[in-house]
Design a protein around this ligand. Structure first.
Ligand SMILES: Cc1cc2nc3c(=O)[nH]c(=O)nc-3n(C[C@H](O)[C@H](O)[C@H](O)COP(=O)(O)OP(=O)(O)OC[C@H]3O[C@@H](n4cnc5c(N)ncnc54)[C@H](O)[C@@H]3O)c2cc1C
Length: 421
């Protein structure tokens, strides 16, 4: 459990957020030899969003077994406890500056400041709410983000409604379509604005097709009906510019609308610290060590870019944790400055630049569905890597390994692109 004497006002590495990213970063930093580590978590337990994800499908890559979210989180909690890594719960970090002074608040101490050797940002992300979606209609009860509904059902034992329409086919929406069905609700439709789903292919199969729940692509909710409680929603198809085709409008009676319309990395602290953000990921711009543009501040997990698999979150957190240890020992060593650029079909990469000549795994997402296309990495006109991909989809995060050999050579820029066969 947490310890922090009143006198202790500095730490080697402080981690903001005790979800899977924060815990994995702490464990990696400890295993790399650092002992002066503190995790700060605003909730009343470690585990982050995994605590409410009681379905299985976690940990296949990392542990070679299929775990539920709480089981995956518990494995890391055990590792944190076994190593005696300090953490404080119910503690909200409210400010960070470029000199790595961190301000936090909790009930015992009030507001306090910690001087940090390095900081790892691991605050996760939040869901896009109704207010950000511009849906016409009244403001009745019965409209929830999918994650809020998940918390009600899985943690509080409260059923948000019986007749459900889901807007957005991201993974949380798909998982909740199945969850609500299993709890006895009738899920009438999942509507997706885009012509493809934003979720994993396996979730479409296991959460919709297995339960005969219809997925309507290129379709959105144009109006919500009901005064006290949702009574129906009107849905309509959209054209290629995503404008509703009102002649296709039809009304679906329901008492609940769940929104699964995207996740936003929790980067208020990052912005306050003056750390530049990537316009596409809404997370910090980082190098291969997951160090931001402010020296000694690192980022990993969903606060950096939205991941679909927690296994990749843990993988990335290990990079951030070990890099932070090298940083406070003065061993960061930079021997390159290579910017990673994209062609638009590749929407973004993480990292966005590489500052050491070593094998580096680059995560990326594509802008559309591409079949039988080539992923190509070039320096100028020189092709360094070309691999055929059967299918690339925005909902599935992809990786490519850039070897030390590929990174060597003239020119400070590599370009990732998708070429059609
Ligand atoms: C509904 C849902 C279903 C999913 N299904 C799967 C699946 O089937 N398989 C799979 O592998 N992955 C799945 N994932 C993805 C996986 O759960 C996430 O990628 C992972 O939890 C992200 O970890 P994180 O540590 O970055 O963020 P989080 O888990 O969100 O943790 C962030 C933590 O930071 C804390 N925090 C934030 N701000 C502050 C602050 N200012 N001060 C202190 N603490 C703060 C938060 O309270 C939270 O505990 C799913 C995710 C969701 C939401």
């Amino acid at each position: 459990m947490a310890y922090l004497s009143d006198e202790k006002i500095s730490f080697g590495i402080v981690i903001v957020g005790g979800g899977p990213a924060g815990m994995a970063a702490a464990v990696a930093a400890y295993d790399a030899g650092e002992r002066d580590i503190l995790i700060l978590e605003r909730d009343n337990a470690l585990g982050g969003i995994l605590r409410q994800c009681i379905h299985n499908g976690f940990g296949l890559h990392r542990f070679g077994e299929e775990l539920t979210g709480p089981e995956y989180a518990y494995k890391y909690e055990r590792m944190v406890e076994e190593r005696g890594i300090a953490y404080m719960l119910d503690t909200m970090v409210i400010g960070i500056d470029k000199e790595r002074n961190l301000t936090a608040v909790n009930r015992d101490r009030g507001i306090f400041t910690i001087k940090c050797g390095a900081i790892i940002l691991a605050m996760g992300c939040r869901e896009r709410p109704r207010g950000a979606l511009n849906i016409a209609g009244t403001r009745p009860a019965g409209i929830y983000t999918a994650g809020t509904a998940q918390k009600y059902v899985n943690m509080k034992g409260y059923m948000p409604g019986r007749e459900v329409v889901i807007l957005g086919s991201g993974d949380i929406g798909l998982i909740m379509a199945r969850r609500m069905t299993l709890e006895g609700a009738s899920v009438k439709a999942v509507c997706e604005l885009m012509p493809y789903s934003g979720g994993l292919a396996r979730n479409i199969e296991q959460c919709l097709n297995d339960f005969d729940i219809p997925l309507y692509l290129s379709t959105t909710v144009v109006e919500i009906h009901g005064k006290e409680r949702v009574e129906a929603v009107t849905v309509a198809e959209v054209d290629e510019r995503r404008r509703p085709k009102l002649e296709t409008a039809r009304t679906i009676p329901c008492d609940t609308l769940l929104l699964s319309c995207g996740l936003i990395p929790e980067n208020e602290l990052t912005k306050d610290a003056g750390i530049p953000l990537d316009a596409i990921t809404n997370g910090a711009v980082v190098n291969g060590d997951r160090e931001t543009d402010v020296e000694g501040i690192f980022a990993c997990g969903n606060v950096l870019h939205v991941h679909d698999l927690v296994d990749y979150v843990s993988e990335e957190a290990v990079i951030a944790g070990t890099s932070a240890v090298r940083y406070i020992r003065g061993e960061s060593g930079r021997d390159a400055d290579i910017a990673l650029k994209t062609d638009g079909r590749v929407r973004y990469t993480v990292p966005q630049r590489i500052t050491s000549l070593k094998d580096t795994v680059v995560y990326f997402r594509v802008a559309d569905v591409y079949k039988d296309a080539y992923l190509v990495v070039k320096r100028g006109e020189e092709v360094l890597y070309k691999r055929k991909k059967q299918k690339l989809a925005p909902g599935e995060m992809e990786t490519v390994k850039l070897t030390e050999e590929m990174l060597k050579g003239d020119g400070g820029e590599l370009r990732l692109s998708i070429e059609m066969a």
